[in-house]
Ligand binder design. Structure first.
Ligand code: ZN
Length: 271
């Protein structure tokens, strides 16, 4: 009996001790788990915010309401838009002719008709005037090119040197930035048709690289962006996108491309 009672007392003490240990363990476990979740709650925004910011900085803030996927943004594919994109992945509609082309007569150019869309033409003349006032004489080599003109041009390159070569220096009909009526090839009056990468070393090439955005023009095919634009570096080819967009793009880099800024596909032709 005594022994039994003793055992019972021992059992009771053991039970109390066990309950105590289990409770302590539960409390420790609970506090660890709740601390863990607390940490997650506070840590999450702290790490998420910089990630979002750095992504935005790296991916370039798109204009106004642009989506991260510009492919679904009609502003980049509506022919009335000055942001319309023509590249080797995005063909212009068959037979597309801009409806507001105007002839450009008041700038130094060859003796042939040159046209651009109204808004781009006005900006071009303003840009030529500003450059002239700063002692730089720009020259208009080529502006709007029709689909039919591009057919002849492209076919002549193919006939001379084959399709691979033609694709490297010219656009297939329907894919040309010049068909938008918003693009132009520029030179310097005393050099005229200098469609050559050394154009960047001329006064006109330098002035355009530094100031064209102030008039709404961007360097369309920058150096080092060949895989993105699908074209070789063309320091003479400028594209009108409007002053706001050109300034915003330039503030990222003078070499920012439409493909990067609008988040749309570029590069070579789809095979
Ligand atoms: Zn061009």
């Amino acid at each position: 009996m005594r022994r039994r009672r003793k055992l019972n007392v021992q059992h009771l003490l053991l039970l109390i001790a066990t309950i105590g240990i289990v409770l302590s363990l539960l409390i420790i476990l609970f506090s660890t788990v709740s601390n863990h979740f607390k940490k997650d709650d506070t840590a999450a925004p702290a790490t998420a915010v910089p990630t979002e910011q750095s992504t935005e900085t790296a991916a370039a803030p798109a204009p106004a309401s642009a989506t991260p996927d510009g492919e679904s943004d009609p502003r980049f594919f509506d022919t009335n838009s000055i942001l319309i994109v023509a590249n080797k992945k995005h063909k212009l509609p068959d037979g597309y002719v801009p409806s507001d082309l105007v002839e450009i007569t008041s700038v130094p150019k060859q003796d042939r008709q040159e046209m651009m869309r109204q808004e781009a033409a006005n900006a071009l003349v303003a840009m030529f005037d500003a450059a002239s006032q700063q002692g730089v004489q720009l020259y208009l080599t080529s502006a709007y090119r029709s689909y039919d003109y591009q057919v002849d041009l492209y076919n002549s390159y193919v006939a001379q040197n084959g399709q691979a070569y033609a694709d490297s220096i010219s656009s297939r009909p329907g894919y040309s930035d010049h068909q938008t009526g918003l693009a132009c090839d520029l030179g310097q009056t005393d050099m005229e048709d200098m469609l050559d990468q050394t154009f960047i070393n001329t006064a006109a090439g330098q002035w355009l690289y530094q100031h064209a955005h102030e008039y709404g023009f961007i360097l369309r095919y920058p150096q080092g962006k060949e895989a993105i634009t699908g074209y070789e570096y063309e320091p003479w080819h400028y594209r009108y996108v409007g002053v706001d967009t050109a300034n915003a793009m330039y503030s990222i880099s003078p070499d920012e491309t439409m493909e990067e800024y609008f988040h749309i596909e570029g590069g070579d032709y789809a095979q």
